[in-house]
Design a binder for this molecule. Structure first.
Ligand SMILES: [Zn+2]
Length: 348
């Protein structure tokens, strides 16, 4: 039987990863939320497995993927201590808080590159627009409502008001209202127009945009259309535009698993095989020129910062493992192994 070494010392270093602006990157918070979501998916799987096995299996396979998401992280460390993620396995489950965070960072960096190219042309300006219908009750069919929104968008882009639009980015976001009684699905849109647009006869007032959206949605009320001309560099404004599809606080309630299960079933179904982001006109053209595929399902969520080459050399590498429910840590096991080896040798 092996004997443990007499003098040993385990050193644990807790992961601290800072962004370039000095903010702590939320690895721990996201993995904690991912852990709760794993349990939610497992519960849902259990609930369905007796009644409708294929559905039970569907949720169980997502639970298993979520469970394995980002358990091990390997960072390349630069001489100044700055960390860059070089390896991790992400689950890509749509609602996973870890993967949604990585995806938002990735889309932000991709859109930054696209917008920088458009700005270089010195011909275009940008408008931020949000489009929505009335909120729906949490008991209503969210998936059908998103179908309606998507269909209305198709019609909206064919309306005459869209003629002067040179390109766009459109993403779906679903929030709950404050009382958590209603869903508020809406689009965040970046419109690209010529600089002359604001002083030309092509210029469309908010009232006209609203009428176009009302018509596209076949609504009998005035919908909410919000517009803002982007004044500064559009890159500064990207965090306002690029949001999570659904925020964890709207569907993960650690103290109320039954409620979490209800929300997750609704959102999972509503987002299933849905194209959440779409590009048009010059935005799409430039994304193709730059070979940028926005929000591809198999998108690389490790190298989100386009400036770091994938084979970059680092000063050293550090690996961190998730300690369930606690944090990410790197272990160092130090001991004088002489006694240990001698004791084990003597037994051979
Ligand atoms: Zn994930």
């Amino acid at each position: 039987m092996n004997t443990l070494p007499k003098n040993y010392n385990i050193e644990v270093e807790v992961l601290q990863d800072l962004s370039s602006s000095g903010r702590v990157r939320p690895w721990r918070e996201n993995k904690l939320a991912n852990t709760v979501l794993t349990a939610v998916y497992k519960n849902i799987a259990k609930r369905f497995s007796g009644v409708l096995k294929p559905l039970g299996d569907y949720y169980l396979s997502k639970a298993n993927r979520l469970d394995k998401c980002a358990r091990h992280l390997v960072f390349g460390v630069e001489e100044n201590g700055k960390k860059r993620l070089v390896f991790a396995d992400f689950c890509r489950v749509r609602l996973c808080p870890m993967c949604q965070w990585r995806r938002a960072l990735k889309v932000e960096s991709q859109m930054f590159d696209i917008i920088r190219e458009i700005e270089k042309l010195n011909t275009y300006s940008f408008i931020h627009m949000t489009l929505s219908f009335k909120n729906i009750s949490v008991g209503d069919d969210l998936s059908a409502e998103i179908d309606r929104l998507m269909y209305a968008w198709q019609k909206f882009t064919k309306n005459i008001v869209f003629k002067p639009i040179q390109g766009y980015y459109r993403a779906l976001e679903i929030r709950l209202n404050e009382q958590q009684t209603e869903y508020h699905p809406h689009f965040h849109i970046l419109l690209v127009v010529r600089k002359s647009y604001f002083h030309s006869r092509d210029y469309t007032s908010q009232a006209t945009w609203t009428q176009a959206w009302k018509q596209a949605g076949q609504l009998d009320y005035e919908p909410h259309v919000w517009l803002k001309k982007i004044k500064d560099s559009s890159a500064l404004f990207l965090p306002e535009l690029i949001k999570y599809t659904a925020k964890a606080e709207d569907f993960i309630f650690p103290d109320d698993m039954a409620l979490s299960e209800e929300r997750v079933i609704q959102l999972d179904r509503a987002l299933h095989q849905r194209k959440l982001i779409c590009l048009g006109g010059i935005v799409r053209q430039i994304s193709q020129d730059l070979k940028i595929e926005i929000n591809a399902e198999d998108s690389d969520l490790v190298h989100i910062d386009g400036e770091v080459p994938q084979n970059a050399m680092f000063y050293r590498q550090m690996a961190y493992t998730w300690i369930s429910g606690v944090t990410f840590a790197n272990y160092k096991f130090d001991s004088d192994l002489t006694d240990f080896h001698n004791a084990n040798k003597a037994q051979m």
